[in-house]
Design a protein around this ligand. Structure first.
Ligand SMILES: [Fe+2]
Ligand SMILES: [Fe+2]
Length: 333
């Protein structure tokens, strides 16, 4: 693809804007990776890793979360923008919020990426009321039109107004669309109350800090429900436009996709490794679209595996090793 000749077309559909990249060939080649945890590397190795990606043949790069941590994420996104010449779509994983909060980071990155025409943050828009940790109030998923009117003064500062139209559904090829969301483990798979697993999330992510086990469970449920709401809203829209949709997540949406060392994760880890709410939403939506299919790309468990759910949901979980980031794979769509 000639990156210098992108064409942007916009068209409103139920207040969602599709951005269409001009792809001047029949097949689009997607590179994807997950859990690269760049903060485990020195900058020289990060740059070499991105240059090795850049040398590959692909049209779009997808990153399924856990890029780094909140205190260094922007530095690595800067590297990405400078070293990868093609569009990069990413979701954030739990580690990307460490030393900050979900509200602060998602708001900050949502706004910050607007200055980078190559970077696209999918599933943006979490908004918690931190003053009440017991029952976080979510005002999620502002439609782009509302977003624009709220931020008029900022929008006027951006020379190309289209830069501020960051939609939720992207076209990757004639038949394939893209939607994504970080997706949060919701505690509902496995046995949460018997699990003594204490992820760093619960000590390093603002919304979780200080919550007891019961309140943590409620927050996990809420986060999972918000993730599911996102897909209930945007996946049908993507399916109305495309025969196939790539769904980019961080957390696996099904127990069967929680691969770890060649096996599905055990009961203690499952509440922290899967999002039942999103899995149920995907099944419900895809049962209504038997002639369409989705490919889910996810990570989080650091184990590699594939699974099929129903007739039209295929899930690939990417492997990862701290300090050894790799391209997970390529897809032609
Ligand atoms: Fe990870
Ligand atoms: Fe993770």
């Amino acid at each position: 693809m000639d990156v210098g000749s992108w064409e942007w077309e916009t068209g409103n559909l139920s207040s969602v804007v599709f951005v269409v990249f001009a792809v001047n060939k029949n097949m689009t080649r997607i590179a994807w990776t997950n859990d690269i945890h760049l903060n485990f590397l020195d900058d020289g190795r990060v740059i070499r890793f991105f240059k090795s990606i850049e040398s590959q043949d692909f049209d779009f790069l997808l990153i399924a979360g856990d890029i780094a941590q909140a205190n260094n994420l922007k530095k690595y996104l800067h590297f990405l923008n400078g070293l990868i010449s093609r569009p990069v779509f990413f979701v954030l994983g739990n580690h990307d919020f460490y030393y900050s909060s979900i509200t602060k980071m998602s708001r900050e990155i949502e706004k910050w990426v607007l200055d980078f025409e190559n970077l696209f943050y999918l599933g943006m828009g979490f908004d918690f009321n931190l003053s009440d940790k017991n029952s976080p109030v979510a005002e999620v998923f502002r439609p782009p039109t509302q977003y624009l009117s709220e931020k008029k003064s900022e929008r006027e500062m951006i020379p190309d107004q289209l830069k501020s139209l960051r939609p939720h559904v992207y076209k990757l090829s004639e038949k394939t669309g893209l939607v994504g969301h970080g997706c949060w483990a919701d505690g509902r798979v496995g046995n949460y109350f018997d699990s003594d697993i204490m992820l760093n999330d619960y000590m390093l992510i603002g919304e979780y800090v200080g919550l007891n086990k019961n309140k943590r469970f409620k927050l996990m449920n809420r986060l999972g429900d918000m993730s599911a709401d996102y897909f209930r809203k945007y996946l049908p829209l993507a399916l109305s436009k495309f025969d196939e949709v790539i769904v980019l997540l961080h957390v696996p949406p099904f127990k069967e996709a929680t691969w770890h060392e060649g096996e599905v994760s055990e009961n203690g880890h499952l509440p922290h490794f899967s999002c039942k709410a999103v899995g149920e939403a995907l099944v419900e939506i895809m049962e209504k679209h038997p002639d369409k299919k989705i490919t889910v790309l996810c990570g989080h468990t650091h184990g590699e595996g594939k699974c099929r759910v129903g007739d039209n949901i295929f899930v690939i979980t990417g492997p990862a090793t701290y300090g050894e980031p790799k391209i997970t794979g390529f897809l032609e769509v």
